[in-house]
Design a protein around this ligand. Structure first.
Ligand code: SF4
Ligand code: SF4
Length: 600
């Protein structure tokens, strides 16, 4: 009897890794990939090692070490994380692997929680590494044991690339067996493989090129690519990943007969593409993000001397940005055939009230930004970074966000360019450990006269509360060293390092004043646990209320921006709602002492 379970795509992916016999898993949290490591870490029957690493490059290298010892390993990250890990990844393709090594990189079409829409399939092409592109959570789970075997067969790392809809979609999943027999690790000293001296690298590059055709041939035969030739159809559709599900559904809905090639692996299976091209008069390529398949199909058609129209992103049939869905496929068909179809027919329209993202009620970042702005003023320059605190943009203290760890280096660049205004940047604790540390070291070394604010909320909050080296426990909850941010900053040479409680506005503003006056790189660490962690720990702070007798209706508390504070226009009075988490900051802002704890 088969066992089925209704689960999240990322939980299905974790299950696929277990069914593939994973022995070491490392990653850095990043939406939409985070739940894979979280799921593996939450299992009680762990016969594998698991960690949240400090960044994606480190995670990749941990997984490589394990794979070179001959065990199956995985590294997880979101798409932009591969930029951080690109250095080991590109050379790893040359060195190859011994144990199966899967690099899971979750792409985010439409930038739901990301700063760009880069397509990881380009990295696979760039590194000459095979890539698996699942179209459903079930397929994602089933692909992973296959991907481990494939990686071991060709001794090459493989990319596994789910997108947001695969990672965060839910479906009924048929489960397989989890193996219990796993190989013992043994590191073979293969110097020509693991030491990339130029002499070895040249040989390995030639080897990598030589296995491309066998890899392509093997993948073409895999169950992840499927070709359906319809004898009476002179039109073909080539689609990949989740877009193939939309395309299939739309064709069925319209009753259009088309030959269909579904691609789930890269390099693109030329053999199957050619088979399709030889039987149709025109092809529509439907894929999310970059025209990776489309470019390959055009090349194959040209090489084979088949001058048939190949439509896709080129020519504007399919959008190059954002997520695709059934309606985008219908739109594409409409353009191809000049059809009279209703493109919205497959869409369910839900009227949701607009809800702009905001920092939580009682979030310490809001208090830190408030004090920062009070001291540095509107003329200062405020580079920032990637985390919950990016939502502080409404407080006027987030003026740049480029990539993880960039705030301090951008602040340094601004200073060295000759910017005369004060520069105060902000970065979260996890982001600081990720890649901010190098930037602080560089700022101190090169004498940047800037203030660095570390927003230390004692967790990696944005991606689901994963631990980092500053919190004192590992992914499995095991106690470990709690790295002191203050000592770390001092050890890197920062001349002024102060730790404050951001809920205490006076203390924080004094610290910012001293940091502003300091000649050189100063650090203010605003330390206060995330309000969600506090609630989860069962701590209930006393909420605050407004005394209507004392309220003058000045709205200073409302301007602070806490979602728990509303304004009653009729009675010209502020009101604190049940959202209040008792941080007490608004009470310090009110000059009329109209805000107090509920019990007083
Ligand atoms: S005390 Fe004031 S600022 Fe803090 S959560 Fe409550 S209403 Fe918001
Ligand atoms: S700051 Fe004080 S006086 Fe002003 S609106 Fe808020 S509660 Fe009322």
């Amino acid at each position: 009897m088969t066992t089925r379970e209704y689960m999240l795509g990322n939980v299905a992916i974790a299950r696929g890794l277990l069914e593939g016999g994973v022995q070491v898993a490392a990653g850095y949290p990043g939406t939409p990939s985070s739940e894979i490591i979280d799921t593996l870490a939450s299992r009680e029957d762990q016969d594998y090692y698991i960690e949240w690493s400090v960044n994606e490059k480190v995670a990749m290298e941990v997984a490589v070490g394990a794979a070179w010892a001959g065990v199956r390993s995985v590294v997880t990250m979101k798409h932009v994380g591969l930029n951080v890990a690109a250095d080991p990844f590109m050379t790893l393709a040359y060195a190859g692997t011994k144990g199966g090594l899967i690099v899971i990189v979750a792409d985010d079409p439409s930038c739901h929680s990301s700063q760009n829409e880069q397509d990881t399939r380009r990295y696979a092409q760039f590194a000459l590494v095979p890539c698996f592109d699942p179209s459903t959570p079930q397929e994602a789970k089933d692909m992973l044991p296959y991907a481990f075997e494939f990686s071991e067969k060709f001794k090459i790392p493989v990319i596994f690339r789910p997108t947001t809809r695969i990672s965060h979609g839910k479906s009924d999943i048929e489960l397989g067996e989890i193996p219990t027999d796993k190989p013992a690790p043994y590191f073979e000293k293969l110097l020509d493989r693991w030491v990339m001296l130029p002499k070895n690298a040249r040989i390995r590059h030639t080897h990598l090129l030589s296995i491309q055709q066998p890899i392509e041939d093997a993948l073409a035969e895999s169950p992840w690519n499927s070709l359906e030739l319809k004898p009476d159809a002179n039109f073909g559709v080539i689609s990949a990943g989740i877009a193939s599900v939309y395309a299939k559904e739309a064709l069925q809905e319209l009753g259009i007969e088309a030959s269909f090639l579904k691609i789930g692996t890269y390099p693109v299976p030329k053999k199957l593409v050619l088979e399709l091209l030889e039987t149709v008069n025109a092809v529509l390529v439907f894929e999310e993000l970059e025209p990776v398949v489309e470019e390959q199909v055009k090349m194959i058609a040209q090489e084979a001397g088949l001058p048939i129209p190949i439509m896709g992103k080129t020519g504007g049939f399919v959008p190059r940005e954002g997520e695709l869905d059934i309606s985008t496929f219908l739109e594409a068909l409409k353009k191809v055939f000049d059809l009279d179809v209703e493109p919205e027919s497959g869409k369910v329209s839900l009227e949701l009230a607009p809800r702009p993202p905001a920092l939580c009620a009682g979030c310490s970042h809001r208090a830190t930004f408030y004090s920062m702005r009070k001291v540095f003023g509107k003329d200062a320059v405020y580079p920032s970074d990637i985390g919950c605190y990016t939502l502080g943009i409404q407080s006027g203290t987030v003026e740049t966000t480029l990539c993880m760890g960039s705030s301090i280096s951008i602040a340094s660049g601004l200073y060295h360019a000759g910017e005369k205004r004060p520069i105060c940047c902000s970065i979260g604790d996890s982001t600081f450990f990720h890649t901010g540390m190098n930037s602080l070291l560089n700022a101190v070394f090169n004498k940047a006269n800037i203030t660095v604010t570390i927003l230390d909320n004692r967790i990696t909050a944005m991606t689901g509360h994963q631990p980092n080296p500053g919190v004192g426990f590992t992914v499995t909850g095991e106690p470990t060293v709690e790295v002191s941010l203050a000592e770390l900053c001092r050890a890197m040479g920062a001349g002024s390092v102060v730790v404050v409680n951001p809920y205490n506005l006076e203390e924080t503003q004094e610290a910012f004043k001293a940091a502003k006056d300091f000649e050189g790189t100063s650090v203010v660490i605003a330390k206060q646990p995330c309000v969600i962690s506090v609630k989860r720990a069962g701590i209930r702070r006393v909420p605050y209320i407004v005394d209507p007798e004392k309220c003058e209706g000045c709205k200073q508390c409302v301007k602070f921006g806490c979602p728990a504070i509303e304004f009653d226009e009729e009675n010209n009075c502020a009101v604190i709602t049940a959202l209040c988490s008792g941080c007490g900051v608004c009470a310090q802002i009110c000059k009329f002492e109209a805000i107090r704890e509920v019990k007083k």
